[in-house]
Ligand binder design. Structure first.
Ligand code: 5AD
Ligand code: SF4
Length: 446
């Protein structure tokens, strides 16, 4: 039996948390921890939390309550809370759940090894600073071990937009972009480790303005330099704000071969009155105009969005504006939420929409989005797409991967390996995935 200590990490929320969890696991590797998927085996449990919607903190407290039994069985078990709930709640977490040993915010997890020394010495460790130093400069170098064919890479963090509903500017702080050479170094390392697709992450990724050779780099300029990395086949980015879709980024969607034809561009609402109340700083028409220009650059692009229903002041007419905008855009994928009051944000103070109306609007909105998703999936049938295979499927001999449009695609073929990119003819569509057959070709037929 190995004497390595075992770390169990549970990740909530966005892709950036997925990335942070990987980096935290690596940082804790230097403290002698290897990861486990079995919570009962853990010497340390770390919850990497999300604070975007209501009851997030309550859910974490009840999750922590469930670890009481494990702690009773193993008094040496260490429990940590990371991420945005840690940032927002801070010491309150240890007050309400005294068995928590460590609380670390999203900007300080490079200090985990030192914090663990305190924890191992029987003390509590708390760090929710927004430090001067860049955590990425202080994190242990990423290990060289082989890994799966897709990876996230954080290039930008924080948000200065202050949408009236959102906690992100408070939990993640101001916009900061990582320097180009660090991103390139990390991307090259990932490719050496077997990665063929990188998704660039940022709360406002298209607001990226990083320092690089020859000056300031926009996201488009960064994508173009990543495009030159041999062995990197696909580039994606998320999440974007409509006002930061500049001309060069729109052009890149048409011109940059490795940039995949999928764009998550949240609009939140189709009503100008609501957009103004949200402090989104654009109108529905301006958003539609951006979509039009993107589609001109890349006609087959698949669009994805985020929507909030029941924002304070939203009437049935405003909601109908959102439905009309959705009809006009046609989304292949979308995320939709009932507005949830977040203490400390401007909209939390305003008169709220009745809960039953929110529920009913969400139902109608999701029905429309589901219909669009299924129509667009059905339109893929008979088409040839290029699939990057990621892992075995549920059935024997089945493999699952993603098309250029980020559709999950299943095929049954014993000759496919993880990391292969193959042409697939789509033969069927299910609720959230497509099925297809491998084609013996290297260029598209249709
Ligand atoms: N209520 C509901 N949805 C929210 N989002 C962010 N804050 C809230 C809130 N208070 C949604 C937005 C955002 C996505 C990440 O989460 O749609 O784009
Ligand atoms: Fe939140 Fe708006 Fe910033 Fe997105 S752009 S993280 S919704 S404040």
């Amino acid at each position: 039996m190995s004497d390595a200590k075992k770390l169990f990490i549970k990740t909530y929320g966005c892709q950036m948390n997925v990335y942070d969890s990987e980096r935290m696991a690596e940082a804790l590797g230097t403290s002698g921890y290897t990861t486990t998927d079995v919570v009962e085996d853990a010497d340390m449990i770390l919850l990497n939390t999300c604070h975007i919607r209501e009851k997030a903190a309550e859910k974490i407290y009840s999750e922590l309550g469930r670890f009481k039994g494990l702690k009773a069985e193993n008094p040496d078990l260490k429990i940590g809370v990371a991420g945005c709930v840690a940032q927002a709640e801070g010491a309150e977490i240890m007050r309400r759940q005294p068995m928590v040993n460590l609380v670390v915010g999203p900007q300080t997890y490079h200090r985990l090894p030192e914090m663990m020394l305190e924890v191992e010495a029987g003390k509590k460790a708390l760090d929710t600073d927004f430090p001067e130093e860049d955590k990425f400069d202080h994190l242990a170098k990423r290990p060289k071990a082989k890994r799966g064919p897709t990876a996230f890479l954080t290039v930008q963090e924080g948000c200065d937009k202050f949408c009236a509903f959102c906690v992100v500017p408070y939990t993640r702080g101001a916009e900061v972009s990582r320097p180009v050479d660090r991103i390139l170094g990390e991307a090259r390392d990932l490719v050496e480790r077997g990665v063929r697709e990188i998704t660039l992450l940022g709360q406002n990724v298209n607001a990226y303005h990083g320092a690089g050779e020859g000056g300031d780099y926009t996201l488009a300029r960064l994508i173009w330099v990543l495009n030159d990395i041999d062995g990197l086949e696909r580039i994606r980015f998320t999440t974007s704000h409509p006002n930061d879709m500049d001309d060069t980024l729109i052009e890149a969607h048409g011109a940059c071969e490795k940039l995949m034809p999928y764009l998550h561009l949240p609009v939140q609402s189709g009503s100008d009155k609501v957009l103004k109340g949200m402090n989104r700083k654009h109108t529905a028409k301006e958003y539609l105009r951006i979509i039009e220009r993107i589609r001109k650059a890349r006609p087959d692009i698949l669009l994805s969005g985020d929507f909030i229903v029941g924002f304070p002041g939203e009437t049935e007419d405003d909601f109908q504006d959102t439905m009309r905008l959705i009809e006009e855009v046609r989304y292949g994928q979308a995320y939709s939420f009932k507005y949830s009051t977040r203490p400390g944000t401007p909209a939390a103070e305003r008169a709220q929409v009745d809960e039953a109306a929110k529920t009913e609007r969400l139902y109608r909105l999701q029905a429309l989005l589901a219909r669009q998703q299924s129509e667009i999936q059905n339109e893929m049938i008979g088409r040839d797409v290029k699939v990057l295979f990621e892992k075995p499927g549920r059935l024997d001999g089945q493999m699952v991967g993603k098309s250029e449009y980020l559709h999950a695609v299943h095929v049954s073929d014993p000759n496919i390996a993880t990391g292969d990119i193959k042409w697939v003819r789509i033969t069927g569509s299910e609720r959230n995935s497509l099925g297809g057959e491998i084609l013996e070709k290297t260029a598209p037929v249709s």
